[in-house]
Structure formats: structure tokens, C-alpha cells
Design a protein around this ligand. Sequence first.
Ligand code: ASP
Length: 344
Amino acid sequence: MKYACLLFLFLCLNSIEVSAQKNTATKPKILIFTTGGTIASINGKPMIDGPILVQAVPELTNYAEIEVVEFSKIGSSQMTPANWLELSKKINEVLAKDSSVTGIIITHGTDTMEETAFFLNLTVKSNKPVILVGSMRSSNEISADGPANLLNAVRVAIDKKAIGQGVLVVLNEHIAAARNVFKNHNRNVHTFQSPELGYLGFVDPDKVVFYQKVLHPHTDQTDFDIRSLTTLPKVVLVQDYTGFDATILDYLFNQHIEGLVVQTFAGGRASAGVRKGLQNATNSGIPVIIASGVPNGRIIGTSPYDFPAIFSNDFRGNKARILLMLCLVEGMDMEGIKTAFEMY
Ligand code: ASP
């Protein structure tokens, strides 16, 4: 009898110790870089400090040990290529220095989220999850979507299936590839769409599910290395329009630009003004990318114009500009740029 009591006591003490160990089991470490945007806004003004933004969602700590780095407090329409460069360098530094970091989250405005995400997708040198998250409603609006989006982003960041997927955009329970996603609605919480290439996965109430992988090279699979850079090449994006004035391009080519992206009509068909302006610039040696303003489909093959220009594949003007910037960083010639637009 005595032995049975002792055995029972031992088993009780042992189970208490095990459960205590479970509770103190180290949680994955997630770094949250806060940059501003509607997710950190009150009445549309990005004024919420990074730590406060994160503390407003206490459930985050059920999933991970959270550290906050306040990077900026701006609307994403105010982001600049210098911000992209600094953010990518900071992320690369922290991932190279601290192996205990499981993943990175960037809270960001939705207006230019797809651009920052794409720049990071090509320049972060790690396969760890890097996820951009934002919201379409300010924190003070009824049914604000920020807290749920942030919690879902953390749940994706700690999921092993997110490793090696490239930079991701997580909003409204959808997981999208930075390469493919774009903002498609001025107001709706389901604004980020990837209509032809779809979503990589979804955040369900009980689990994170992935259905696809990104095939195009990204993050530590690319040749783009910006870690020692202080500036990015000056690449201009111009929107073609009916009756385009060719002198706009004459002016631009006299502004020491290093690259030009023209977002044209469907199929890469450009106005007479754009064609005239680019004809005048044939000898400038400045690489020209023709992107289509139509959100779906691709423009591929050799451009029909009698001036050197490269078709942008499925990238619209904003992402074509980013890819051209990075091609110029690597000193690529027109042939190399053409290959890059087919490959990335
Ligand atoms: N309305 C935008 C947002 O959703 C503002 C911004 O991009 O900063 O975050």
C-alpha cells in the first residue's frame, strides 16, 4: 500500500514538472518591424507607436516571443527606395546576426505594400519567413481588420511551411506571394488579389494551410545583393495615355535617369507619342521596359518597336521598375535584363 502511495505521489510530481516544462517551453521568436500605414492609424493617420500596436494584440504572445523594431511611422504612399534599401539591409543584418529569430513581420501601409514586398522578395538573403501585413480599416473603425491580420501573420511566420516560400503578404486570411500580389480595391478588406496565379495558402481558425509553392527564384535564390549599397539606380515609371506628349520623354532623358519603364496599353501597345519619344532616345543607352497597365496576362516575346525595349512579362509598371533597378545594380546589359524579366 505504502509503495503504491509513493508511486502515485512520484507520478503526480513528475506530471507537474512536465507541464511546467511545457509552459516554459521556448516559443519561436518573431521580430516585428513597424513602418506605419492604416494598421497603425487612428482616423487614417499613422500615429500608433510600434510597441503599442503590438501590445494591442495580446494574443500574439500565445504563439511567439515578440520583439518590436519601430522602423518608421508613415503612410506607405510616403515610402521611398531609400526606405526599401534600409529595411532590407536591417532585415538581412538581424537575420545574419541572430539565428534565434524564426521569422520577420513588417506592418506596412497597403498602398505600396506590393512594392516593398517585391523589393524584399528579391533582396532578403534568407529562407526564413518574411511577411508583410496591413489593414484596410484604421484601428478606431468598427470591425478594424488590423488585429486579426497581425495575429494571422504571426501564425504564418511560425509555421514551418512558410519557410522557403519567399516574401509573403498576409491579409484577410489569404497568404499571397510578394511576386504575384497587387492591391486591387480602394476600400475592401479583401483588396490584395493574385487573380491568375492565385494564393499560396490560407489562415484557417485552427491551422495554416499552403496549397502552392513559388517557382520563380526569390530571397536567397537571387543574384541581387544590396547589402553594401547606399543608393539605388534612378529608374522612372511613366504611364502612357491617349495623345501622349513625346516631349515628356525628351525631358526625362535629359534628367540623367538610368532606366525607364513605360506602362502602356494592353499587349505593350504604345501611343504615337511614346514611340516618338523613345525613338528620339534610341542612342541614349538607357534600358527601357514596356509594361502593360492591364492587371492580368503577360506581355512576352520581342518588342515590335524599332528602338531597344524589353517586354515586362507579367509585371506591371511598379514591379518592373523594381526589377530593373536591381538589374542595373548588378550591371546587367539588355540581354541580361531580358533574361531577368523571364526568370524572376
Ligand atoms: N490606406 C493605406 C493603408 O491601407 C495607407 C497606407 O498605405 O499607408 O495602409
